[in-house]
Design a protein around this ligand. Structure first.
Ligand SMILES: [Zn+2]
Length: 326
């Protein structure tokens, strides 16, 4: 498996659980997209499947089970999604409820079910899985990855060991990029936008659409700083009507507002958004309370998009709301 960066305490906890044979049967890895939730889930599987852990309780790295993240492994079932939104259906849950009681026919004697990106997992699916997670067979493990614990019903969460996955340091993110043959210049540009979130840094390097959304977010910010409604409306027009672009760009703009509010109070504060210089300049021309009101206007706009209100109408309203606030 590729090197894992950051999350040292979490990794030590997983290693101790594997070494002491005290692994929980239902586990949730939650955190922002790109932080490596799935990678850590595979790491935990490696720890539990490895034929010979090292003396400091790490996977040996050479046995067949230590490649669980890069090859299809007979003991690991990557649960398939279905439907337009890529959710987990009740039928899938029903299949797993039956399949889990078929004893594994393999050398490890274990079976893993991995549910990734559970942000919109159907409550009916969760209810169907509940009994199984409550009283699982000794050999079965259920791993979930998601943005937040709140994506799940409290009944599921109370039966899972929940682990928060965080970004690594910017230096580590830069190292991860350069190791994978990204040029130092591109790595610097990616890290300045997405900091220690390695997955998003890679997206920035290879996904032209994301770079365009970052660029638009910067232009929005400059138009807000210049209080230029005409430019802001033009930028919005360029954003277009694709939901995914709107979601990404509004999310990035929202983080900038957060940065402006925080940097306004403490100009050495760390930025989480994609445009620290912009956030610094913004913090000089709007107050924290204005930034919070813009944040609320962005949230209102996103809720309207989710409710299928016409996107150009929502964005035009957002522009006039922002101009009114600042
Ligand atoms: Zn191994």
């Amino acid at each position: 498996m590729d090197k894992i960066y950051g999350n040292y305490e979490l990794r030590a906890t997983l290693e101790a659980m594997a070494a002491n044979d005290r692994a929980p049967h239902a586990v949730l890895f939650y955190g922002d997209r790109g932080t490596g939730r799935q990678k850590l889930a595979y790491y935990f599987m490696e720890l539990l499947l490895c034929e010979k852990l090292t003396e400091d309780f790490k996977p040996c790295g050479t046995c067949r089970s230590c490649k669980v993240g890069s090859i299809s492994h007979p003991d690991v079932y990557l649960v398939p999604t279905s439907g337009k939104l890529g959710g987990y259906s009740v039928d899938t849950a029903r299949f797993i409820c039956n399949d889990a009681f078929i004893k594994p026919n393999n050398s490890s004697g274990k079976k893993f079910y991995l549910f990734t990106n559970c942000q919109s997992i159907d409550p009916r699916t969760q209810n169907m899985l509940l009994k199984l997670i409550e009283e699982p067979p000794d050999y079965a493990y259920f791993f979930f990855t998601s943005l937040s614990k709140t994506d799940f019903l409290p009944t599921i969460i109370s039966r899972c060991a929940c682990f928060a996955v965080s970004e690594c340091s910017e230096d580590e993110a830069r190292e991860a990029l350069v190791t994978k043959h990204v040029s130092p210049e591109d790595a610097d540009a990616a890290v300045s936008c997405f900091h220690g979130n390695i997955g998003r840094c890679f997206d920035f390097v290879y996904d032209e659409r994301l770079r365009k959304n970052v660029d638009l977010t910067k232009r929005f910010t400059n138009s807000i700083i210049n209080r230029d409604e005409y430019a802001l409306t033009n930028d919005v027009y360029e954003l277009g009507g694709q939901r995914e672009d709107v979601r990404t760009t509004l999310g990035l703009l929202d983080m900038l507002m957060r940065d402006a509010a925080v940097i306004g109070k403490d100009d050495s504060a760390r930025a989480v958004g994609c445009y620290r210089d912009g956030a610094v300049r913004l913090s000089r021309c709007i107050t924290a309370s204005q930034a919070i009101r813009v944040h609320m206007a962005i949230e209102k706009a996103w809720r309207a998009v989710e409710a299928n209100v016409n996107i150009p109408f929502v964005l035009t309203t957002l522009c006039s709301d922002i101009m009114r606030i600042i």
